[in-house]
Each structure stands twice: as C-alpha cells, then as structure tokens.
Design a protein around this ligand. Structure first.
Ligand code: ATP
Length: 262
C-alpha cells in the first residue's frame, strides 16, 4: 500500500478519537519517508523513518553534513516537509496552523538570539503575541525553570554571558508551553558549567513536565549523559536507533566508523 494512503487512514482514526493527545503507542512524532533535495537536486534527506516517543530525550547524532539540522527543522516547518511525512500526535503537521505548531514545538538554536529589551520582555514576547500578559510571578517561574534567579528579570541581553543568554532563550521558548523542544547543538558554544546547567534543566523538563526533547548534539558524552534513545543519522538516513549505553553495538559501517572517531 502506498505510504500516503496508509498515513491518511491512520490520520482519520487519530483525528476522530484522540485529537492532540498523542498516539496510543506513545509516539509523539512519526516520521515516514521524509526526503529533501537541494535546489541543485542533491539529496539531503533520504527517506527518514523514525518514531519519536513521547516524554523522552532523543539524541540525534551523525557525521557533519548528514542532515541532522535539516531533519530537526522539518519538525516545526522551518522548511515544509512533503505531505504525509511528519505527524505530530497522529496529525500531519502540514494540516496544522504553522504558528500553533511552532508554539507546541519550540526550538532552541546553537547561539541564543535575544530580542532587544530586558529578559522579562523577551520572556513575555510569545504569550503577548497571543494577547496574554505574563505577570511577574509567571515570569519568575519560567526563569526558575531555566535555572536563572529573579535578578535577571531587568537585565538586557548585553549584560548576559552566552550561557545565561541561552537559558533566557530557553525560558522564552518555555513561555509558550511547548510539548516538544527541538534543540540544535544547544550547548556547543557554552562552557562546561553552563552546559551542565542546561542539561540539568532539560532532564527536569522531561521528568517534571513529561516534555519530549529532541536534541542534535556533536557530543556523544552529552548524549550518553541525558538521552533515553539515540538516532544515528548517516547520509540523510536514520540507520540505527539505540539506547545510549548500546552505541558500541551499532552495526551500520558508517555509524561504527563515526562512533570510533568521535
Ligand atoms: N537549503 C539547502 N540547500 C542546499 N544544500 C543544503 C541546504 N540545507 C542543507 N544543505 C546541505 O545538506 C547537507 C546537510 O546539512 P545539515 O546542516 O542538515 O547537516 P548536519 O548533519 O546538521 O551538519 P553539521 O553537523 O555540520 O551541522 C549539507 O551538505 C548541507 O550543505
């Protein structure tokens, strides 16, 4: 059966019975035959197939240029994946309003880019777009979630270290109450202490809020510290899905080579 038909059938069942609550098997994102070519026709993603479980930290690792960021960016439509390839809670993300999708699926990049103004203004920005003004207590709570104390409220971006700015960017994303966090090498510009802070925050978000976290990382050690499962991406394909302590059991030759060299 062509995949699209299969997906379409499933979509109807999930829409009717369980809209927005996730699939019965606990899958948050279902990715099927996700492909992308560059404008010059060079393949970037080659039919990605993977289920991302709800409430877990999923690490994406693989050689440089293998398509990790491209895959991640499809999940909140920073580029438009083809119809019938990416499903959130059983619904094709192409059928969702893109701003609603991006509120549910927040993203944090390698380098934090804060808006002008204070930390509080940054954190209030997302809810304000939807007509909700966060009070000070709500802003403090978000700062605490991102492991920042209340004194940061009135600071501006220029007064923060990169690590602190990254935590503010995280608090700003969390203000939208996302169900999923996409992280593209969120600690690669940070020192070890800031890295540990962010890792601690991510583990807490998973444990206390059941958040689904998908993180691209170049650090296998980091993945082993915090991820529940690891997807190995090689040349635009997920070639293995393993537990972090089973990485040495990877069978794909390119994956083995990558792991040995890392
Ligand atoms: N819009 C685009 N047009 C052309 N080529 C692209 C485009 N986006 C990505 N690529 C190419 O696709 C490949 C995958 O890029 P991507 O950034 O997803 O890889 P990555 O695994 O995240 O790499 P890295 O680990 O170095 O960040 C690269 O060769 C990149 O140059």
């Amino acid at each position: 059966m062509p995949f699209l038909e299969e997906a379409g059938e499933h979509l109807l069942v999930v829409d009717a019975e369980d809209a927005g609550k996730g699939e019965e098997d606990g899958t948050k994102f279902r990715i099927r035959s996700l492909t992308k070519k560059s404008e010059a026709g060079v393949p970037i993603l080659n039919g990605i197939e993977v289920d991302i479980p709800k409430g877990q930290i999923v690490g994406i690792i693989g050689p440089s240029g293998s398509g990790k960021s491209t895959m991640l960016r499809a999940l909140n439509r920073l580029w438009e994946p083809p119809l019938g390839t990416v499903f959130l809670d059983g619904r094709d993300i192409r059928d969702l309003d893109v701003l609603t999708l991006r509120r549910k699926v927040g993203m944090l990049f390698q380098l934090p880019a804060l808006f002008e103004g204070t930390v509080a203004e940054n954190i209030r920005y997302g809810p304000q777009l939807r007509g909700k003004k966060l009070n000070d207590e709500e802003v403090y709570k978000l700062l605490r979630l991102a492991d920042l104390d209340p004194s940061f409220l009135s600071k501006t971006g220029g007064e923060l270290s990169v690590g602190q700015a990254q935590r503010v960017a995280l608090a700003r994303t969390l203000a939208n109450k996302p169900e999923v966090l996409l992280l593209d090498e969120p600690t690669s510009a940070l020192d070890p202490i800031s890295t540990e802070n962010i890792e601690g925050v991510l583990v807490n978000l998973k444990k206390k809020q059941g958040m689904t976290i998908i993180m691209v990382s170049h650090s296998i050690k980091q993945i082993q510290r915090i991820a529940d499962i690891v997807c190995l991406l090689v040349k635009g394909e997920i070639v293995e899905v393993l537990k972090p302590d089973q990485l040495s059991e990877a069978k794909h030759p390119m994956a083995q080579r990558f792991l040995q060299l890392s």
